[in-house]
Write a protein that binds this ligand. Sequence first.
Ligand code: FNR
Length: 369
Amino acid sequence: MEVTNVTEYQAIAKEKLPKMVYDYYASGAEDQWTLEENRNAFSRILFRPRILIDVSKIDMTTTILGFKISMPIMLAPTAMQKMAHPEGEYATARAASSAGTIMTLSSWATSSVEEVASTGPGIRFFQLYVYKDRNVVAQLVRRAERAGFKAIALTVDTPRLGRREADIKNRFTLPPFLTLKNFEGLDLGKMDEANDSGLASYVAGQIDRTLSWKDVKWLQTITTMPILVKGVITAEDTRLAIQAGAAGIIVSNHGARQLDYVPATIMALEEVVKAAQGRVPVFLDGGVRRGTDVFKALALGASGIFIGRPVVFSLAAEGEAGVRKVLQMLRDEFELTMALSGCTSLSEITRDHIVTEWDAPRARPGPRL
Ligand code: FNR
């Protein structure tokens, strides 16, 4: 049957993938309250469309950190994509390039920064997990820079791995025929089996829990790439990130895989946007599955959004063609949303095009006379 929206790929992926892999991709932390809320919160934001505006031409292009892209829809880092499809990150990189948008490569990719760069031209960011061994980090950042990556997305919400119970039950580990390719030569490319989640043990062993704001400054001494801080959901941390030299902020709760019962990212977005005061761009990821979601995020002040699970699910279903189709469907839906809201360019999308439950009622019923 024809796939007509992004969400449909999830059920196809579930049928195709081994249970351990599907569960790793799909799961959130603990009660998975935030996982549901990431989606549900979008449905509580409604439109205030404007009519009788010439929408015969619609421009969705935008510029992110100086790079022009075709639409404000980008690819979030998701680890271990070769578990979804043999071409893994190669397929994702090609699909992103052909859509004219940015791919973020995970530190824990099953293809290296050099391999992804070899797929051809494309604007790519590198997501960084900071290992205890800072030489490993410095080397990796240098390799990403040399391979032509344009920015670092520094993930700051993972001093320890969130408790993903499906991974514990499944004793999740990287299949033996795959490695975390960026770390292969460093003896850190394999994940041992553990009597809970192999990934949680790997994180406990390798990832630096001491990571703090001073390390954001340290990172700037080892690279000239701009740094996006990924995983901010409060005004306080927005101000600290800007003080620490961040070039941008990604409002993210890690796809609800870290701390459960944090708000949906779309609920946290406006607080962050206000605190940023236009000094740096603010992006969002988490639960974006429709063009209407993209529009709502932009109306609340985001400069763009990133998608995570739709990439791995469509990759599992149809490889590169699947990821292309996801990007095309979101693009088409977003364009239609703009047209039906009366917006012909991204700068025309305003806060007045939506109404949220935290807005004051615009028209109160008057007293009965
Ligand atoms: C992720 N995410 C993630 N984030 C990160 O900084 N480094 C990583 O390696 C990964 N890996 C990863 C794997 C899988 C399977 C998922 C689902 C997520 C989080 C990701 O970048 C992003 O924040 C969320 O996926 C966005 O939410 P949606 O679009 O999946 O709802």
